[in-house]
Design a protein around this ligand. Structure first.
Ligand SMILES: Cc1cc2nc3c(=O)[nH]c(=O)nc-3n(C[C@H](O)[C@H](O)[C@H](O)COP(=O)(O)OP(=O)(O)OC[C@H]3O[C@@H](n4cnc5c(N)ncnc54)[C@H](O)[C@@H]3O)c2cc1C
Length: 512
């Protein structure tokens, strides 16, 4: 869906074939991360996602508890959507918007057949690459009607099992052990009111014998999701029994669904084979601990969309499409390792058998765990701007800055390969709003060579906008008088003077 939004913003002619009917019964994703929200801002959807339904006054806190409504051990406070202070580094903080709200919203904004490019209930069965295109065979709806579509490229965004990736014979490498979990979705209509001030977004359970994973509020009202391990699932098979064990209060509950899933840490060995590319879970699956999974896929889409558009428009160099794998695969591996680190932190936690007791021993065990959590880096699982924003692309498209200083970090400067920083230009308008369609040259100092750079880009037909900015805080954040930013908002080049050979730079950023 994100790739479709990006392609649509670039006027690319495409179809999106989706086997499902557009509805999500059992939402996996709960929160849209801040970098993804920035992309949605660019695609014109951030405000709709913010208004999708999450209550402005519901706490976004993470609480470690013996059971929901039982003893609270530790809490990380994040305020509420309505009251939190926006961070300096982004105009778009993360937003709770579970998948059963997000997917229909994205589908509607793209449009379904006959008004839009989305074909729901089209299941891709076969894929056949030839010299000048790819032919896809799909089964449509319940009728069994078979349809074929021929396209210049196919991007397989068909999830962790990716039938298309398998058909293309691209193996995946598993980085860590697979584990089995169970997600139980349930309604508890009175729980929010019963919890009052002690409500949180996520409750980390701390039972020493079972249930040590999150129970989270999905919609801020009555819908919740409990994650249990495969072990918990076999010890207590009944879903309602597990939910009741996780909640200390007497409250009505109704189980809606109960799904077993495999937590895998896998990255495809290639992101491209000929005219077929892989994105999202088809390319990588990460542990949900950290909430990077969908966000990594959305950033794949933002990286790939402009490259495909450039190829189709005829200004891409021969290396542009291959740079997708070179740039995105290392990010998937790094996010996978961070997610696994978060998961191991939870798995390795030693929980005292007395932690559930309502006596002095229980209180001592709980304060010891609280001290452990305080010093154990648990916040990183929920607040990791360096993972969401800090990665830098290191491909042949990116020109290193030889004068880069070790002290520079992602949040303070426009390091080549990194995300160009956000600074407010005026209320409501961020530097990020300047990027999106073509390349942008940000100049904080006039240069006689600007026209030459413009000509060099024009010779390759690369879209380039020149943006002269006379604002000290923006200049300071960007660190050099001239910065070239790509259509995906990443810095391609920066320098004190515009290059003497602008043709070399223009050719390089287009993958020449
Ligand atoms: C419990 C859990 C919690 C998570 N929480 C978060 C979170 O908070 N934040 C986060 O960023 N990530 C989270 N994730 C990860 C996230 O759910 C995935 O990374 C994300 O959904 C992947 O999106 P995708 O579009 O690549 O794949 P999917 O969401 O799997 O979508 C693939 C689509 O392809 C369709 N399809 C499959 N085969 C075909 C075919 N042959 N023809 C046509 N269509 C086909 C399917 O119907 C499906 O709609 C979580 C994952 C789990 C398991």
């Amino acid at each position: 869906m994100s790739l479709a939004l990006d392609l649509k913003s670039r006027d690319v002619d495409f179809l999106l074939l989706e086997a499902g009917d557009g509805h999500i019964d059992h939402p996996k994703v709960g929160t849209v991360g801040p970098r993804s929200m920035e992309f949605f801002r660019g695609w014109g959807l951030a405000n709709r996602i913010r208004k999708a339904g999450w209550p402005d006054d519901h706490p976004l806190d993470i609480a470690w508890v013996t059971a929901v409504g039982g003893h609270e051990i530790y809490r990380i406070e994040f305020g509420t959507t309505g009251m939190r202070l926006p961070p300096d580094h982004t105009p778009e903080p993360e937003q709770v918007c579970p998948q059963h709200w997000l997917m229909p919203l994205l589908t509607e904004s793209l449009g379904t057949h006959p008004d839009g490019p989305v074909r729901l209930r089209w299941r891709v069965d076969e894929i056949d690459q030839h010299d000048d295109g790819v032919t896809v065979t799909a089964t449509v709806g319940d009728t069994g009607e078979v349809a074929t579509v021929t396209a210049a490229y196919v991007v397989a965004c068909d999830g962790a099992n990716s039938p298309i990736r398998k058909r293309c014979g691209v193996p995946v490498r598993s980085h860590h052990r697979t584990q089995v979990f169970r997600n139980i979705l349930f309604r508890a209509p009175r729980l929010r009111a019963q919890l009052g001030e002690s409500a949180a977004l996520v409750y980390f359970l701390t039972s020493p014998t079972m249930l040590r994973y999150p129970l989270r509020s999905m919609d801020g009202e009555a819908l919740y999701r409990l994650t249990a391990s495969g072990q918990d699932a076999s010890a207590m098979r009944d879903a309602e029994e597990l939910v009741r064990a996780a909640i200390a209060l007497d409250t009505p509950v109704r189980v809606l669904s109960d799904a077993t899933w495999h937590l895998t840490h896998r990255v495809a060995e290639r992101y491209r084979t000929g005219r077929v590319l892989f994105a999202g879970d088809a390319a990588h699956t990460l542990s949900p601990s950290g909430g990077f999974g969908m966000n990594t896929g959305i950033a794949d889409a933002a990286n790939l969309g402009w490259k495909l558009a450039a190829v189709l428009a005829g200004w891409a160099g021969p290396g542009l499409l291959d740079s997708y794998e070179a740039e995105r695969m290392p990010v998937a591996v790094a996010s996978l390792e961070q997610s696994n680190h978060n998961l191991r932190r939870t798995l390795r936690r030693e929980l005292s058998p007395s932690i559930m007791l309502d006596n002095a021993d229980g209180a001592a065990a709980r304060s010891s765990l609280a001290a452990q959590l305080e010093s154990g880096g648990v916040r990183r699982e929920f607040d990791a701007p360096d993972i969401h924003f800090g990665y830098r692309y290191r491909s042949t498209l990116i020109v290193d800055d030889p004068t880069e200083k070790d002290t520079e970090t992602w949040s303070t400067s426009a390091l080549p390969g990194g995300r160009a920083p956000h600074v407010w230009i005026h209320p409501g308008m961020s530097t990020l709003d300047l990027f999106g369609r073509g390349f942008v040259l940000l100049s904080f100092q006039s240069s006689p060579n600007t026209e030459r750079l413009q000509q060099a880009f024009a010779e390759y037909q690369i879209p380039l906008a020149i943006c002269e900015i006379d604002q000290a805080d923006v200049a300071q954040n960007y660190g050099r008088p001239h910065v070239v930013v790509r259509p995906d908002g990443h810095v391609a080049w920066r320098g004190t003077d515009l290059p003497v050979n602008p043709e070399t730079l223009a050719n390089r950023v287009r993958g020449g």
